[in-house]
Ligand binder design. Sequence first.
Ligand code: AMP
Length: 405
Amino acid sequence: MINFEELKLDSLILKGVDKAGFERPSPIQEQAIGPLLKGQDVIGQAKTGTGKTAAYALPLLQAVDVKSRLVQALVLAPTRELAVQITNEIRRLGVYTGIKVVTIYGGQSINVQFEALNHGVHAVVGTPGRLIDHIKRGSLDLDSVKFVILDEADTMLDMGFIDDIEYILGRVPARRQTGLFSATMPSRIIELSRKFMKNPQKILIDSDEPSVETLDQYYAVVDPREKLHFLAGLLEREKPASAMIFCRTKYGAHRLAGELRARNYPAVPLHGNLSQHQRDHSMNTFRSGNVDILVATDVASRGIDIPQVECVVNYDVPTDPLIYFHRVGRTARAGKRGKSYILVTTDEYDDFTRVLHHTKAPIKPLRDSDKQFGFEARRNSGSYGGGYWATRPRNSFYRRGRIHR
Ligand code: AMP
């Protein structure tokens, strides 16, 4: 294991690292900082919570010449929340360097952003749509940019930003360095990297597999009409100090937050149909601990750093199993213990079976009555080449439409 001093960072940057209280580089930092400092392109697969922001923020700080007043670094992020978080991290680590960073996102007055850009900034962190607005209006000049980062690249693609990303990258000088960070590496990301990156070094830190030692995962088979009642019972019993509840749709998340509030549970929604102001409000009240429950959709919540959530509830089973791991990765972080629950209705058996196929850690039946459905992860059995696999629910055909509670 190496320490920050060995990474050949400028002393003023090291002073910022020290002030931030970072003692040792995290694995993604250990592997990405060196190549980025050498000017190499890097693709890093790492999720939020691994220290990936600092993994590129520190080389970004080193790449920027603060004596110049030109924009030299650009970070693209999918959501406003993540962009703000990244800006804060760069400012925090660069507090002694004199770097000026501005956040550019839709939902904030464009005039405020004109002002900020006009004053001369070294680094711009923004969401693709609003960045393009500024490029087209001439308020953002990318001619001097030499360091570009695509953060949460998979989420940006999921959100349909591909054309915007290509437009922006097409306007940054080819003699630049590009870093791409993504929790997952679908083929579209690889294509993007082929088009816009030069011999990128690939760094694979983790899959989204949660830690078996610290996370207890449970499932419960629930009648769709009983979900709210079941959830209320769960909250009543567990009384988590903080919980994130994930829903598949914006409408579902909004309605559930309202239903919980009607039952006197302090809950706020986070989804893409809310205004920026409302999303801010939800995040701030949740982060500050004024409300205990955040009811979120996957897209709205990705990339947001919430230090520790005691419990994650999958109110709906995600259709993509990897989303399950993103969700439960919100708890049991930094060595702390956590619990996750997944509510499974008969319609979701197949989706849940796919989740089980992907996990090494057991997802246990919550109640005795859940055991009879026969969902279980088995190790080294069957014809799946010695991997882990899951059985389909026993007798599921007969049970369809009839839930035993
Ligand atoms: P990230 O994965 O970039 O969202 O970072 C998650 C959290 O870990 C943030 O609050 C960072 O400030 C913090 N962090 C990043 N690197 C380190 C480190 N080397 N030591 C301690 N904390 C860190």
